[in-house]
Design a protein around this ligand. Structure first.
Ligand code: GDP
Ligand code: GDP
Length: 437
């Protein structure tokens, strides 16, 4: 399913990140060794009233200097208008109506998608009155909220969710292996996509997606069906180099959400950057199978240890993705491109794999025996039983007497044991702990 995007736009200090955090319900930091994942995240998948969407705090994409406020806001709003399905334009009810707000409102008025004009910091009844000047804007969809005190937020989200486009997945799409090709601008995504398509001699029958120029391409390789997600989005990049680098993350997120297998493309010439880490972190959190594709391998000077060094670099920077295969390719010369599809099939097989309950419990009880969970409040943690409840990614429920006291490091220990025993190359695993009824 294509997840719709809801963007929060507005001047600095109006409360964008307060609203963002309230809606996201800030998760706990996940792990220390996941650089780029928990740091300054300004996009997140949120589910409200059972409807999932991607929420973006565009404030997070502001350039560092703040002297050209209006211009930044125009840029921000323009990006939101292009990328988002629903826009929340936030204003400050305490500071009052601001000339910059008025100008942006004029821009947004002409946008052909749902826009909510939201007056924030209306903490109580008396402030409602003060907010009345905002009604002079004469816009529909004007709402007052207090992000900090959670006032009016529910009503706002009610309307936002109702305004989201509804999208469905075709049966054909559910059958195919869906591949997203993600990475920073210029790493060679479009060259790679064109090569893969040409290489497999497919013919692209692009099916227009539901969003503006999101076009997927079907292809067949060894009699299997694949769907390459958002190929137009990738190809489009080649032409418009003006796009703000940071914002291209959003394109990646959208594709990752729909994919089974994510090709994380790195540029051999540049090594690993922070943005690569963000994108990879997102793919991991979204529970997708992954492959690192180191492209432009033709372009660097190599000796016997070049591959080893690059592998080390990736393993150091992406510690939590130690299970992800790495391929070194050149989209330019075509070198080793066939390896990509081999790996796609391998990781996909793991992504949808089921292990039997008896095998699972053999491995599980051996793991629990050989390394005990630390005491929780002086009491032993007991484990009873494990069962696989789902795939994409493989998901396991583990019954225990202390579902809430589970140590992260122990969870990681069990994941590693399952991985060793059953392979699971390239796919994240999920463990859910439940109390025994
Ligand atoms: P951003 O720059 O738009 O992301 O704004 P922030 O979320 O950082 O908020 C700016 C300031 O406004 C912070 O001090 C918040 O605590 C405050 N703030 C946010 N929402 C509310 C609200 O509903 N009521 C009040 N009184 N203050 C708020
Ligand atoms: P995208 O922005 O990630 O889609 O990147 P492009 O596919 O547009 O490639 C960016 C630039 O890198 C172009 O000039 C390509 O010709 C070049 N490029 C792409 N792949 C390779 C490669 O494998 N080797 C070399 N030397 N250059 C490449």
């Amino acid at each position: 399913m294509i997840l719709p995007i809801v963007a929060i736009v507005g001047r600095p200090n109006v409360g964008k990140s307060t609203l963002f955090n309230r809606l996201v319900g800030r998760r706990k930091a996940i792990v220390d060794d996941m650089p780029g994942v928990t740091r300054d995240r300004n996009y997140e998948t949120v589910t409200r009233f059972d409807v999932p969407f991607i929420l973006i705090d565009t404030g997070g994409f502001e350039p560092e200097s703040s002297d050209r406020l209006l211009q930044q806001m125009r840029e921000q709003s323009r990006l939101a208008m292009e990328e988002a399905d629903v826009i929340l334009f936030l204003m400050d009810g305490r500071a009052g109506l601001n000339p910059a707000d008025v100008e942006v409102v004029e821009m947004l008025r002409r946008v052909d998608k749902p826009v909510f004009f939201v007056v924030n910091k209306v903490d109580g009844e008396t402030l409602e009155v003060a907010a009345s000047e905002f009604y002079s804007l004469g816009v529909d969809n004007l709402l007052t909220i207090s992000a900090e005190h959670n006032r009016g937020v529910r009503d706002l989200m009610d309307e936002v969710v109702a305004a989201l486009p509804r999208r469905t997945t075709s049966p054909e799409e559910r059958e195919a292996t869906k591949i997203a090709v993600v990475g920073r601008p210029n790493v060679g995504k479009s060259s790679l996509v064109n090569r893969l398509l040409g290489y497999e001699r497919v013919v692209a029958n692009p099916t227009p997606g539901t969003t503006r120029d999101s076009v997927d391409t079907w292809f067949t390789c060894n009699k299997k069906r694949y769907l390459l997600i958002d190929t137009a989005g990738i190809r489009r990049k080649g032409k418009t180099t003006q796009k703000i680098e940071k914002y291209s993350v959003v394109d990646s997120l959208r594709s990752i959400e729909r994919a089974d297998v994510v090709l994380i493309v790195l540029n051999a010439e540049e090594g690993v950057t922070e943005q690569d880490e963000r994108i990879a972190g997102y793919a991991f959190e979204a529970g997708k199978a992954c492959i690192f594709v180191v492209n432009k391998w033709d372009a660097i000077e190599k000796d016997n240890s070049s591959v080893g060094r690059f592998v080390d670099k990736i393993r150091t920077e992406f510690k939590y993705l130690a299970f992800v295969p790495i391929v070194f390719v050149s989209a330019q010369t075509g070198q080793r491109l066939n390896r990509i599809m081999e790996e796609v099939d391998k990781v996909m097989a793991q992504f949808v794999k089921r292990v039997t309950t008896s095998e699972l419990n053999r491995v599980f009880s051996a793991a629990v025996e050989s390394h005990h969970h630390p005491l929780v409040m002086g009491r032993r943690v007991k484990f009873y039983f494990a069962t696989q409840v789902g795939t994409r990614p493989p998901t396991f429920v583990i019954f225990t007497n202390r579902p809430d006291g589970m140590h992260f490091s122990y969870e990681r220990y069990l994941v590693n044991k399952f991985r060793e025993a059953f392979d699971f190359t390239g796919t994240p695993l999920r463990l859910l702990f439940r109390g025994r009824e």
